[in-house]
Ligand binder design. Structure first.
Ligand code: SF4
Length: 312
């Protein structure tokens, strides 16, 4: 039996769950994709947008996207260039292309209806384990065990006395997350299980944040093993990559020009991009320009034809 198992008395788990569920009932945000009227497709779009982008930046983009392309059939018919333009500055635009591919796959393979089964969701382009579980739980009420970075951190702190989840998801973390799920044999338990997923995630987003947890506002302050242990530093710290000067910054600035103009001559690309101010003081070397352009073309985010770089 691991040290984690020792801490998991049913009373302890139940107490923590109740406190977090009650906290969520009072403090959960009314995000547009949490509206009961939101379609399963809308939930999937939100999850893809939220994978690497903050809620505050996703909010308006999601509303505009859903207004333009309410369902998979609408998106499937869109041009890739329009999809990238609508994606705007959400970042990591390959997600937009994957979502576009997913819409087409839902139309051709599932008669335009997003499947509820996480195994089927996993087979769609760009949908990983987390997104499949989240969509099954949040959109379809299937009590999948949802595990994202926020949830792993919350679990690790409360039950394992560690400041963060492991660098990569471990079998022990999966086991802990499964053990924490409410018993779904009753209707109330089923409802609680799906709410538990989103409640733990919300606690991690609003209170138990990575860098500055607001423990004085936390509903499980007195139940938290990490606090009880004196908040020991995480064994491994998450690597943070500087944005300024990065290839991502240069790629993002080029994509900004392509979204605005549709196409640009590579001979004037550098001056055109620098004129936007998106690079700040960074002056990329020729090799970085080449790397950025080649990367965009390789990723299908742009096409290069006779020295004209354009949206696909
Ligand atoms: S007490 Fe602090 S560290 Fe523990 S779960 Fe709450 S916010 Fe996180």
């Amino acid at each position: 039996m691991s040290s984690t198992d020792h801490q998991l008395t049913e009373h302890h788990v139940s107490d923590v769950r109740t406190r977090i569920l009650d906290w969520y009932a009072d403090n959960g945000r009314d995000l547009p994709w949490r509206d009961p009227e939101t379609t399963a497709w809308g939930v999937l779009v939100s999850e893809v947008m939220l994978q690497q982008t903050q809620v505050s930046r996703v909010w308006d983009s999601w509303l505009a996207w859903m207004k333009r392309w309410p369902g998979p059939a609408d998106l499937a018919e869109a041009e890739a260039s329009d999809v990238l333009i609508m994606w705007g500055r959400l970042g990591y635009p390959r997600r937009a292309l994957r979502l576009h591919e997913t819409a087409k796959a839902v139309v051709t393979e599932h008669n335009g209806v997003l499947p509820a089964d996480p195994e089927l969701l996993l087979q769609l382009p760009g949908i990983g384990e987390y997104t499949a579980a989240a969509v099954s739980s949040f959109a379809f009420g299937i009590p999948e065990v949802v595990i994202d970075t926020n949830i792993r951190r919350v679990h690790a702190r409360i039950f394992s006395g560690k400041g963060a989840g492991a660098p990569n998801l471990t079998a022990a973390e999966r086991k802990l997350a499964a053990q924490l799920m409410p018993d779904t044999s009753t209707a109330q338990g089923l409802q609680d299980a799906n709410t538990w997923n989103v409640a733990a995630m919300e606690l991690g987003a609003l209170i138990c944040t990575a860098r500055a947890p607001k423990c004085d506002q936390c509903p499980v302050l007195n139940q938290c093993a990490w606090v009880a242990a004196g908040k020991p530093e995480p064994e491994t710290k998450a690597k943070t990559q500087s944005w300024n000067g990065s290839d991502r910054q240069v790629r993002g600035a080029i994509m900004g020009v392509l979204r605005a103009k549709g196409a640009v001559d590579v001979g004037t690309l550098q001056t055109t991009v620098e004129a936007t101010g998106q690079l700040g003081r960074h002056l990329p070397e020729v090799s970085q320009w080449d790397r950025a352009v080649n990367g965009l073309v390789t990723d299908g985010l742009a096409v290069l034809d006779d020295k004209i770089l354009a949206l696909p």
